[in-house]
Design a protein around this ligand. Sequence first.
Ligand SMILES: [Zn+2]
Ligand SMILES: [Zn+2]
Length: 601
Amino acid sequence: MRVRFWGARGSLATPGPTTVRYGGNTSCVEITTPGGALIIIDCGTGIRELGQHLVATRPAPLGGHVLISHTHWDHIQGIPFFAPFFASSNTWDLYAPKGVRQSLRDALEGQMQYSYFPVQLDELGAEIRYHELVEGTFRIADVTIRTRYLNHPALTFGYRLETEDAAVVYASDHEPHSRHLAGGSGEIGGEDLQHCRFLGGADLVIHDAQYTADEYPQKIGWGHSTVEYALALCRAAGVKKVALTHHDPSRSDDAIDRIVTKARAELQAGASAMQILAATEGLALSIKGEGQLKRRVEHNGSAISDASALGNPLVLIAVTDRSAADTLLDAAHADQIPVVETRSADALLRAIVEKQPSLVVLEHNMDSSDALELSSKIRTLQAARDVPVVVVADAEDRKGGMAAGVTDWLIRPFSSAYARTRLRAWLLRTAARWARAPLPPDEEQRLATLHSLGILDTPEEQRFDRLTRLAAGILRVPVALVSLVDRERQWFKSAHGVEVRQTPRESSFCAHAVAARELLVVPDALTDNRFADNPQVSGSSRVRFYAGCPLFVGPSCVGTLCVLDVRPRHLSTEQVDLLRDMAALVERELQQSVAAHPSVG
Ligand SMILES: [Zn+2]
Ligand SMILES: [Zn+2]
């Protein structure tokens, strides 16, 4: 395979005197297969120059295949400037991840609306065929292409291209699943291990390396790798050559030189034969393998018998608890994800082989055969080596689950909204950023104290409303609540700034403060892995900021005085003290309820 870089910059095109050598254009790689097929990966601004080159050097009509990793701007912005899309005799195939809500065509059309660009997508002369992909394998000419979801805020694919004797992987816009790996050391497990296998033995890996390990703490959650992570995974994967790419816009040529020199010295010191370079605009590489791949493909039929990437996701559910199964069905239905239910362990194993699902959900004690045993059996099936296996249970058995190849646990009870968030994350191999609060150890005693107050579902009272009004005014936030955490809900004795009187416990921020029995401040829920996908944050309430101070009655923590905002914010130490003072006043009012109901001990 011949590989040529036309753009290696990340995020934003950055022309100028400090980026002359590595180039300022955003992502675009041209690959020519041994059989002569043209494959382009990503359409950043670099594709404009490639288009000019193709028009000048190849006979018409021009055609080829364009693989788009994702539709972030720096990977599609060159499309309206790619000359071969304008000639009516040309035919092009475009491939990209199938969106959860939006088609590829709609996504591309968006950037060519009249307010942004004078030519509409419909007016491009060439015939353009759109292919929406899921995880799996498909063929273009003499190349087998495998897709794998990367860890990025948008739906993003890594592409692995294999011919008979060489493999090239493009993995740009990917953040370590485990943050401890950002420094380049530590055990590689879970999804990072799967990523490592995806890179396995490749002759060339073109990998995201936007940040250094030193910069990473300020860039957590932005969806990019560090140089150290890229090199550690490639090394563990036995990769021959690594091209670091998606260079940060602020990275000068000299800074890239320093990164490469340092990395080479470290590899040499570690006696590694892996070659490393920084992707450079105009750089052409000829990639030839040593023939081992052919043997591997022959030995490992799954390399080409995976579910086709052009197919659809499918979830297999083997859950006998009707209410849990129905909740899962509702959740899948909401995202139009097809589900097949099986009723026995044998039927499940058969269905896995026949249908090659994208996700399997089991139940602990299903059909009296242990879920862990069943998971181990599933892992022995060639068709299910990589498929996520999730177990529905009342409690988690992390150690046993790991040994049995369980990917994750879904703990009962759960709502359809919660299951939907988790399903989506498992299918897309991303983390679900919604943690439900654990139950406090003294839960029953705590609930008994709360119920004995006789305060739940009573009318509003000035003595509490006065305090929430004060809290909102003093801290300058739109919402303040006296929130009491009941068995399955939080109920507001006083609510300043919102109409609702109660919300489910599983989406409650206060339940976290109650479980921890201490003040909880969430400066920006959207960047907090416990809350970003919580429906209070992602839904119409748009909560971004939360601060809640626990309220105690005797030894029991019954709820919080909390303040919320739709903007991220920080509280000063003085403001935190004020919140505590006001919470003490709320506690005093609750004590009066105790006086009225002396059974509380
Ligand atoms: Zn990017
Ligand atoms: Zn991106």
